[in-house]
Design a protein around this ligand. Structure first.
Ligand code: SAM
Length: 283
């Protein structure tokens, strides 16, 4: 997968004013546009933008959030929009906004760490890209001030779940290993055009200190996918071929039983297990 860098993202094709901005919403791009100014204002307020901040908006669409962000007076404001026609319209409407016509799934989010000042990220995310996008963004960017996203309600519950419940899974443990995620508020389908079939919710995130992030992120990513693809099985069974005295002692020291299921392990325990198993997970 090729990545664009944030330092060069304005080299991406920029909006040139061509095209019809308000053609029919494209389902393939998850275009459910927010039509309620109150909800938009709540999302932007949750991001806490101060004058001079650097703001990145993902999927600005027809600008429901964009105008409010621009009014907050960011020092720099960049939007990533895949729809060329909408990007053209936004560039015409908001002169202080840089619009990159690009795929938010193909960014090197680590580049955000090179920006100076407070970086804030927000977006009403298309349902179909929210999980992979947040997986990459939360691991890649380590020092943004705050991020606020609207996602499908069920995804918001997964992002903020505690161990032990049905909503807790690989996405939860990965996100919780990199950021503190907080459920903010629920949003009904009636505030979108066209209306989605499901509820949405807004989630806020702040990065964990570097020292609290996973020591072996690649191994953790592999481990989470392995464990939660067998979430009904017991750890002893899933880890059978890798078991030895060292691993069994470590599990016992953590208070983890071989009969436990993956969903009972806290993010820190999973990160520790990934460090224990990193050589095995590398093969
Ligand atoms: N922010 C607007 C609002 O609240 O009304 C639009 C939200 S709409 C749910 C999602 C937006 O993300 C659309 O404008 C869509 O074109 C854009 N989009 C979809 N996939 C994208 C991607 N991979 N990268 C960047 N933008 C994308």
């Amino acid at each position: 997968m090729s990545h664009k860098s944030f330092s060069s993202v304005t080299d991406a094709p920029t909006a040139d004013g061509a095209g019809e901005p308000f053609a029919r919403a494209k389902r393939s791009l998850g275009q459910n546009f927010l039509s309620d100014p109150n909800t938009a204002a709540k999302i932007v307020a949750a991001c806490g933008i101060a004058a001079g901040d650097t703001v990145i908006e993902i999927g600005p669409g027809r600008g429901a959030l964009t105008g409010l962000v621009a009014a907050a007076g960011p020092g720099s404001f960049l939007a990533l929009e895949k729809d060329r026609d909408l990007a053209a319209h936004l560039a015409r409407t908001y002169p202080t906004l840089s619009v990159a016509i690009t795929d938010a799934l193909r960014q090197d989010w680590g580049r955000l760490d090179l920006l100076s000042g407070d970086v804030r990220i927000l977006g009403n995310l298309p349902y179909n890209i929210a999980s992979p996008l947040l997986w990459d963004l939360c691991a890649g960017a380590t020092r943004f001030a705050r991020a606020v996203f609207m996602v499908q309600h069920e995804v918001a519950l997964r992002l903020c779940a505690a161990p032990g419940g049905r909503a807790y899974g690989a996405l939860t443990a990965w996100i919780a290993s990199h950021v503190r995620a907080t459920y903010c508020f629920k949003v009904p389908p009636t505030v979108f055009r066209p209306r989605p079939k499901v509820d949405s919710a807004v989630v806020a995130m702040t990065p964990l200190p570097l020292a609290d992030r996973p020591g072996e992120p690649r191994a953790l990513s592999k481990l989470l996918k392995l464990l939660f693809s067998k979430r009904r099985k017991q750890l002893g069974g899933i880890l059978k071929s890798w078991r030895d005295a060292t691993l069994d002692d470590w599990l016992a020291g953590q208070g983890i039983r071989l009969t436990d299921r993956p969903e009972t392990l806290a993010p820190k325990q999973l990160a520790g297990l990934a460090e224990m198993l990193k050589l095995r997970l590398a093969s």
